[in-house]
Design a protein around this ligand. Structure first.
Ligand code: XIL
Length: 466
């Protein structure tokens, strides 16, 4: 780290940075939000908070055109003993909090069987409220899962004898109440989850049987009414890569769009093994095929996210397994970052301690980048390297743009005070990123640093350069 003259510039940059509000993230507020009363089960209080501007580099430093999301399932926090280590890590690494289970109608199994809607007339928002307050306080975007899914239907609904009209009413109440409660706060919703099978045909679910295929379109319309600014996603597994199933899925999405359904994005779950095999039969989300599929969904005007990434490996994990896993993680990120339409790289958790894989797939696990004790595995560093490479392309591009330089010699990128920056030795200029913005310094012009543009725009522009 050096040069001395850089220090005052960075101090100035911190000031500027606070003013700019860090791109479209919310600036952290001054005091911690009050925690809600005990949710469904005994609650451990959430860690008193911490983050604000991270002083060290986390994945989040590089969240630009691709947001970095981490799923929190709720069970880590709301059952005794709560795991106080989790949220600070999530805030350091992720620009998006994914609320994984606490807004499901009913938890599906295991220790996370929380119930959002224990009866037709009651909703229990306590745990979701805590998470939403926490994410906002930490300047994070929020994505929530899920409004309509075949697998989280509570018993009172599944076993009730409701007419079709009553069910429509119940669904409307649900979407209006849940989306409405967080209007303007939850930026993206998984509106419909796993509605298609691995051939791209309608999956036989409670909702299909009771309401017919139009439930999908209806749910999106009601969600859009409840929060017109929210980004609405159709979330799917088994259709990640090119193939007959995803061809058919693409047609289904086109048909929904042709009807004017307010779908803004598709989530590709991307739960894979070391050979990129997804949950979906024999489909393989190899990175080339995945990128091509993202591109054709993007051509429909949709955003795409890799929405539930994890990479399961046979237990006990070997060094070879962990190394291969690291390469798979990096390649998945690269496939996403290489496509303009891909706006989210979202992991289904961050630590093996809480992963759903070992309790769902016998003999498999160790699927996430931190181990059970929160120590980084090779996958953690591999993702960081891939993120840095993406930001480096932006920094090179930025230095050329703002100094009229063709390609200056550079010192390696470094981290200081939350900035990830490069020093362009030929000109003496610096370009750096922090809080989602690209900053640029020209030591000859002491009015700098300048907040030049969002990191998202910079990464997109750099990505387009051959
Ligand atoms: C899983 C959760 O991770 C578990 O904690 C829960 O017990 C069952 O559901 N695809 C999805 C998610 O869309 O909702 C699932 O989440 C994982 C597969």
């Amino acid at each position: 780290m050096r040069p001395l003259s850089f220090f005052p510039l960075l101090v100035l940059a911190s000031t500027l940075c606070a003013c700019s509000g860090g791109g479209d993230a919310h600036a952290p507020s001054a005091s911690a939000p009050a925690l809600a009363a005990a949710p469904q089960q005994a609650v451990a209080s959430l860690p008193a908070d911490e983050v604000g501007t991270p002083l060290s580099e986390g994945w989040r430093t590089h969240a630009g055109h691709v947001d970095i999301g981490i799923q929190v399932g709720g069970e880590e926090l709301f059952y005794t003993p709560g795991d106080g280590a989790l949220l600070p890590v999530v805030a350091r690494e992720a620009s998006v909090l994914l609320i994984g289970n606490n807004l499901k109608w009913a938890g599906t199994s295991g220790p996370d069987a929380a119930v959002l809607r224990p009866s037709r007339d009651t909703f229990d928002f306590r745990s979701a409220d805590v998470l939403v307050d926490w994410a906002e306080h930490n300047g994070m975007k929020i994505r929530a899962h899920v409004l309509v899914w075949g697998e989280d239907v509570p018993a009172w609904l599944a076993n009730g004898s409701f007419t079709r009209d009553e069910l429509l009413q119940i669904l409307h109440e649900h979407i209006a109440t849940v989306v409405g409660r967080y209007k303007g706060r939850i930026r993206a919703w998984d509106v419909v989850n796993e509605a298609f099978d691995w051939n791209g045909e309608y999956k036989d679910t409670f909702w299909l049987r009771k309401l017919g295929p139009e439930y999908i379109e209806i749910a999106f319309r009601w969600a859009h009414e409840a929060d017109p600014a929210a980004l609405l996603f159709l979330n799917e597994d088994g259709t990640e890569a090119l193939g007959a199933g995803s061809d058919r899925f693409l047609q289904q999405v086109q048909a929904l769009l042709a009807k004017g359904t307010p779908i803004h994005g598709v989530g590709l779950e991307t739960h894979v093994d070391l050979e990129y095999r997804t949950l979906g039969g024999n489909t393989v989300a190899d990175p080339v095929s995945l990128a091509a599929n993202i591109r054709r969904l993007g051509a429909l005007g949709l955003q795409v996210s890799l929405s539930e990434v994890d990479v399961r490996i046979p237990l006990p994990a070997t060094a070879q397994g962990l190394a291969t896993q690291a390469a798979v993680y990096a390649a998945l990120y690269d496939a996403c970052a290489s496509e303009a339409a891909c706006t989210g790289f979202h992991l289904w958790g961050i630590t093996d301690k809480w992963s759903w894989i070992p309790r769902t797939f016998e003999g498999l696990g160790a699927a996430l980048p931190l181990d059970q004790a929160y120590a980084p595995k090779p996958a953690y560093s591999a993702v960081l390297q891939a993120l840095r490479a993406n930001t480096d392309r932006c920094l090179d591009w930025g230095a050329r743009q703002y100094a009229g330089i063709v390609r200056p010699a550079t010192a390696p990128s470094a981290v200081f005070d939350g900035y990830y920056y490069r020093h362009f030795t030929e000109t003496g200029n610096y370009a750096g990123v922090r809080d989602g913005m690209l900053y640029y310094w020209d030591p000859a012009d002491m009015a700098g640093p300048l907040a030049v543009m969002s990191l998202a725009d910079c990464q997109q522009a750099a990505r387009a350069v051959p």
